[in-house]
Each structure stands twice: as C-alpha cells, then as structure tokens.
Design a protein around this ligand. Structure first.
Ligand code: GLC
Length: 446
C-alpha cells in the first residue's frame, strides 16, 4: 500500500520556474494522443471535467493541443446530447467500473468508436471554451474551434435542462454522486443511504490497489455507486426511466452553479458567433437557474446547500460547493456577507483552504476524498467567483495557498487542508494545469 506522505520538496519545486517545467512535463507525459489521463494507473481514461480544466493548462504552451482536448471529449457525446463523465478510448483492466460494467450494448450501440460511462459530469466545458476563445493567440483557429463546438455544447446544455429538469423549474438533478465530481461528499450521505445495496454481483475495486484506503470512499458507498449504475443500465440509460427510477435525486449546488455560469458563458459565445436565435432559450435557462439557486439558500444554515428532491430537504452539510454560487454570479449582497463570514472562519483553521468540507463539522476528515481535503480546481472556481464579486483579497489568498501546497508537496490529486501534504494520485494532470493557468501567478517569494 502506498504511503500517504509526500516527498519533501521533490525536484526543488519551491522554484516556480522548475514547477512550471514540471507541470508541462506532467501534461505531456499523461497525454495519450488528443486526450490527457488524470493520472496514470488510478484513472487511465479521459474524464470529462478534468479535460476541460486541463485544456486551460495546455493553452499556456500549446493551443492546438488545448482545442484537441475538448474535441476528443465531445467525440464521446451521446446522440441525445449527454456528455459522459468517462470516455474509455482504450482498454485498461486497471479501473473499476470499466465499460463492461456500464454495458457495452446500451452504450456502444450506434457509436462503435468510443465506449463511455452512462452518466454525466459538471458542465464546465462552455465556460472553458469561452476562456480559451477569449485568450487565444491564434484567433482564426479559435474562431473555427468555437464554431465547431458551439452546437455540441448547446446540445449538452439542452440535455441538462430537459432530461434532468423534467418539471422545467430549474431544479436540475444529478442522479449519481459521481455526476457532481465530488464523489463521496457528505452532501450525499443521507440520500445515498436510501439506495438499496443488496443482491449486488461480486466486484473488485481497483482503486485500493493504488491508494491508501483512508483516502478513498468506504465500501458502503461503493456498493451504492454500483447499485445506481446497474439500475440505469437495466433501463438502457433512458433519461425519463432513470430519472423516475433513481433513489438518488439531488440538486447539487455545485453542478447547478456551474451550469448557470456555463449558460451565461455560452450565451456570450452565441452572441459573438452569430447564434442570435438561441438567445431567448438562454434567457429562460438563466432565469430558471437563478430561481433554483435562490431555493438552495438555507436560511437556517446561513449558506447555500444541496437539496434532496426525494425527501424535500437540504443536505446536512456545508461543503466547498456551497461557495460555487459566487462563480455562478448574481448572489445577493446580504448572502455574500454571510458566505464570506463562513469562508473567513475556514481560513482561520486551515492553512491550505478551501477544504472540501466544513472543518468545524465533527465528520470533517482531512485525508478522505471530498470529506475534508483541498482541490485546486474547486479553488480556482471559488477564487474566480470571489474576484467577480469584488473579493480579490480572498481570491488571492486561495490562489497563493494552492501555489504553496504545490511547491511544498508536488502535483497531487488533493491536499491536506491543514498541512498541505499531498494526497491521492501523484503527477495529477488537473493540478498541473491549475498551476500553469492560474496558481503560478500568485506564488509568493519563499
Ligand atoms: C475522481 C473525482 C472526480 C474526477 C476523477 C478523475 O473520481 O472525484 O471529480 O473527475 O476522479 O480525476
């Protein structure tokens, strides 16, 4: 079993120049030809939102390759617009659940080229495409890429607003914890415990061969992850049927905020690229998204929280996603003040914020996946939201802490928010990309 301790300042990463060369090396080494794996071994395929953040990293030194990353992701898009959370471009027995579990017949059917998972991921793509397009040095290439991607992005957004919001009231649901990208967040504990876990076929997890069990989800969660997949597979991933059948139906405050931001960003692209006919549709989505976000404000907690559509109650947790409405935009000033108060309290107890879970909650676990540790990509979105809302000081603090964790420990999947120790997978692509595209600009003198 791999030990959790990070090597002490490997390769002199305290020097930002060395760090930048190392980050570029990681992207190149994890490149499998048009797409980048999150980390060798643990995650040997293309992951949806990983690739989007990773494209920002590529863009700092290879724009052609940045656009390829997004193109390869959309090559896995389903005919109904859904963009799956994993594209299994090549076979690799080292990951569970692989394409055989998702069900080749249901998924490969009319698209023999790319095998995929059957659920989606937070839709950051449109916001990333807008950023790539705005920052591009090669304008012609960027214009062509944005035009090529626009209808695909639009189809994916239509899928979210249709398949996952049948009531058309903006309460867009996720049906599996993995769709949030925050796999075993305490946000899902109560809803997940409702998912039946009996009668499952025997299965063997592959993550525990590679990572210390203390840093990964527990068995009772894994059983339920699998049970949901089998429920969806039995129904051929038909959106209506799985929405009706799923015991897990959450409005994730993270996904909702990311979608609202992405709707706004795709609207900007629509106007710039001459798709004026779509503007009324965006305006409807944005108005609904704003209403739905409003419903996720829990007055009692003084925070945004995820919402359980089955029980009609708030998730019993304040997590890093509770700050993502800052990234969505439009948060009312009185709410902003309360959010900043919570953030400042978290700053006081964690030297490497933002922890993925409330450090004052008894269930806080600084080592375990999404129940305490800090992620650079979430930090990036929170910091962007803070800057948009006029809190540049807090945004810089988060960026500086992210840079410090990387220089101290290396390019890990996530970090202990108290010590900055690296955790999970090493040579992690999205952490390297976040250094290149963002955190390095905030690295301070030693
Ligand atoms: C884990 C994370 C998810 C990420 C994936 C690949 O499953 O929870 O957000 O996309 O790893 O890095």
């Amino acid at each position: 079993m791999a030990e959790a301790t990070a090597p002490e300042a490997p390769k002199n990463l305290s020097d930002p120049e060395v760090c930048t060369r190392e980050a570029e090396r990681i992207l190149k080494e994890n490149d499998r030809g048009g797409y980048t794996v999150p980390t060798p071994g643990l995650y040997p395929f293309q992951w949806n939102w990983d690739s989007c953040f990773v494209a920002l990293g590529w863009a700092t030194f290879d724009e052609v390759r940045a656009w390829q990353e997004i193109d390869s992701l959309f090559a896995a898009q389903w005919p109904d617009g859904m963009v799956p959370h994993i594209a299994f471009h090549r076979e690799d027995p080292g990951y569970f659940p692989g394409p055989d579990v998702w069900g080749k017949a249901a998924i490969w059917g009319d698209r023999p080229a790319v095998a995929t998972s059957g659920i989606s991921d937070p839709p950051v793509a449109a916001s990333i495409v807008l950023k790539l397009w705005q920052g591009a040095r090669d304008r012609q290439q960027a214009g062509a890429a944005a035009q090529r991607l626009y209808p695909k992005l639009m189809a994916w957004h239509r899928w979210f607003h249709g398949a996952r919001d049948p009531a058309a009231d903006g309460m867009v649901a996720i049906l599996h914890p993995w769709e949030s990208g925050r796999d075993n967040s305490p946000d899902w504990d109560t809803a997940l415990s409702r998912v039946p876990a009996d009668g499952l076929p025997p299965f063997e997890r592959r993550d525990l061969d590679k990572i210390d069990a203390a840093q990964r989800p527990r068995k009772e969660q894994y059983d339920r992850y699998l049970s949901l997949i089998l429920t969806f597979r039995e129904r051929g991933y038909d959106p209506e049927a799985i929405y009706a059948a799923s015991a897990f139906k959450m409005v994730d405050v993270g996904t909702l905020a990311i979608l609202l931001r992405a709707d706004r960003d795709l609207r900007v692209l629509a106007e710039a690229l001459g798709h004026q006919q779509d503007i009324p549709e965006f305006d409807r989505w944005i108005a609904r998204g704003e209403d739905a976000l409003e419903r996720l404000w829990d007055e009692e907690a003084g925070s945004f929280r995820s919402f359980d559509l089955v029980s009609g109650t708030f998730a019993d947790a304040i997590t890093s996603a509770s700050f993502l409405p800052l990234y969505a935009g439009g948060v009312k000033p009185e709410r902003l003040i309360q959010m900043i108060e919570i953030l400042d309290r978290w700053f006081a107890t964690t030297a490497y914020p933002v922890p993925s879970f409330d450090p004052e909650d008894q269930r806080f676990d600084r080592l375990r996946y999404w129940r305490g540790p800090t992620w650079a990509i979430v930090n990036h979105m929170i910091a962007e939201g803070l800057s948009d809302c006029g809190y540049d000081d807090r945004a810089a603090r988060i960026a500086e802490a992210s840079a410090r964790a990387i220089r101290q420990s290396g390019f890990w999947e996530y970090f202990d928010p108290i010590t900055g120790q690296g955790l999970g997978g090493d040579d992690f692509t999205w952490t390297a990309a976040m250094w290149l595209a963002w955190a390095r600009h905030f690295a301070t003198e030693n």
